[in-house]
Design a binder for this molecule. Structure first.
Ligand code: ADP
Length: 482
């Protein structure tokens, strides 16, 4: 589509409309790529068009990289305290506009409004956290190997940072990458997911209002991620690439980034087990399983992907769990009381329906009636599958939707073996009252993060990240700046 046919069909609250931008944000200006093409951003609950964003080309991405490289020296030369003040002003604006941003997020991403509000707060918390970290970036004085000489190290900004981000957390995945970069004195180019560019552009608008200098933060939107992504992963001026998304795209970007030896951070796919031992507090385990499996409609990389439940508590756990799942309400994220919004797209919903059918055909049993949804929204009813086996595809695949799959185990060794039987290693959860087992199993699990009787494992102070094929590096916490 071109600039002359924007076809906006949705009406948003006024405060939200005031934050909608459709150009690319480069060097402090809203620009259009030379061809004038745009791509539609749709509400997954209705299929309606919310906006039409500029469809960047490789050339737009190159402009953004140069804008960042030009802006960085002056930004890096400010005192860390001054950079912190600008970041805190950005934090204040994010907080002031939290409801408008949350409405925008629900419109383009679909998650229930309460979850959008929580994400804006969570996303803003990284900006505050890294503002606080900025003045504490220090070097080291090391023991000198000889008289008359002193050894010291400085921690310098790495250079232009490019960030490629996913649609499931349209605000937080950007702030978790951009805030530490800016705090350290780097400039950044962000390429948000094509399904959710509007939150990224609104973040840029508020950053400019907060006093982030022109060129220090750039946002390039595109419906052709490969073309723009190639520039961000290969341009010699880019010194660091940070990515959150699928393992498939992450490994491709790692290969591209290797050509110029870029530093990389990768947050890739998960396959989280949640293990319920026979001595677990079952109500707590059920609540944790519901929160962790169905958050964001099941579309997060730390969502429980496999429920591993001890034989002796399987029936009790499953019957309570099913009752809670039955009570979950599916619908548009704007409606009060909705627990599960639409999936991000029709194709995502179709993939889930197919995966579910394949699992049932392979011998698993569905415990709920799953109504099929008609209409333009990409809704999927929640599901509980039992009698599942590790040989099934669903055991290995990241589900990314509201399908809960329960597996059995007979003893602790079997639980650990099953849990580790995957190439992924991001988040895991265990429920047990036995303190010795908590430590033993947590250390035996090959995961970057282990929640013990707890699924709320994220936050600004938490070093978030995986091992094995779930990625490289840690975001958030005191490690996030590095
Ligand atoms: P998901 O499966 O969650 O959509 P993706 O890995 O496809 O995850 O997407 C995450 C981010 O990676 C998005 O911003 C998307 O546009 C981008 N992306 C997808 N394909 C490529 C690619 N070939 N090169 C660079 N970025 C890409």
């Amino acid at each position: 589509m071109t600039r002359d046919e924007p076809e906006h069909t949705i009406s948003l609250p006024e405060a939200t409309t005031a934050l909608v931008r459709e150009g690319c944000f480069v060097g402090g200006s809203w620009i259009e790529p030379e061809h004038g093409r745009r791509f539609r951003v749709q509400d997954p609950a209705t299929g309606e068009t919310i906006a039409a964003c500029a469809d960047a080309t490789a050339k737009t991405a190159e402009l953004a990289v140069h804008a960042a490289a030009d802006a960085m020296p002056a930004w890096a030369a400010l005192t860390a305290r001054r950079r912190a003040e600008v970041l805190l002003a950005w934090y204040d604006l994010l907080t002031e506009h939290r409801e408008a941003l949350a409405a925008l997020m629900t419109a383009e991403q679909g998650k229930p409004l309460a979850e959008s509000l929580a994400e804006v707060d969570y996303g803003a918390s990284f900006v505050r956290w890294f503002a606080e970290e900025a003045p504490r970036i220090a070097g080291e004085i090391l023991a000198s190997p000889s008289d008359g000489r002193r050894l010291l190290t400085l921690r310098q900004p790495v250079g232009v940072v490019s960030a490629i981000t996913p649609w499931n957390f349209p605000v937080a995945m950007i702030t978790r990458k951009v805030a530490p970069a800016l705090a350290a004195g780097c400039a950044a180019v962000v390429k948000p997911a094509e399904d959710t560019p509007l939150c990224a552009l609104a973040l840029a608008e508020l950053a400019q209002q907060a006093g982030v200098p022109d060129g220090v933060l750039n946002v390039v939107t595109s419906s052709e991620p490969a073309e723009v992504g190639r520039v961000l992963a290969t341009h010699p001026l880019v010194r660091k690439l940070t990515f959150t998304g699928s393992t498939r795209v992450g490994t491709h970007l790692l290969e591209l980034a290797a050509g110029t030896v870029k530093r990389t951070s990768m947050e890739l796919g998960g396959n989280a087990p949640l293990i319920v031992f026979d001595d677990a507090d079952l109500d707590r385990a059920v609540n944790g399983a519901i929160a962790s499996r169905f958050r964001n409609g099941g579309q997060t990389c730390i969502c429980t992907n496999r429920l591993l439940v001890h034989d002796s508590v399987q029936d009790a756990f499953v019957s309570r769990f099913v009752e809670c799942v039955r009570a979950l309400r599916v619908g548009p994220g704007t409606e009060p009381g909705v627990d599960i919004g639409p999936m991000i797209s029709k194709s995502a919903a179709d993939r889930l329906t197919e995966l579910h059918a394949e699992t049932v055909a392979a011998g698993a049993t569905e415990l709920l009636d799953r109504p099929a949804f008609e209409g333009p929204g990409s809704f999927v009813a929640p599901s509980v599958l039992v009698d599942a086996e590790p040989s099934m595809r669903i055991f290995r695949e990241e589900i990314f939707g509201p399908i809960a799959v329960v597996y059995r185990f007979a003893d602790e060794a079997a639980a650990v073996r099953l849990a580790n039987e995957t190439d992924a290693g991001l988040a895991s959860y265990i429920y047990t009252a036995d303190a010795a087992r908590q430590w033993r199993v947590a250390e035996a699990l090959e995961y970057g993060m282990v929640g013990v009787n707890e699924v709320a494992i994220t936050g600004d102070a938490v070093p978030f990240g995986g091992i094995k094929q779930s990625g490289l590096g840690r975001e958030g916490s005191t490690h996030g700046i590095d």
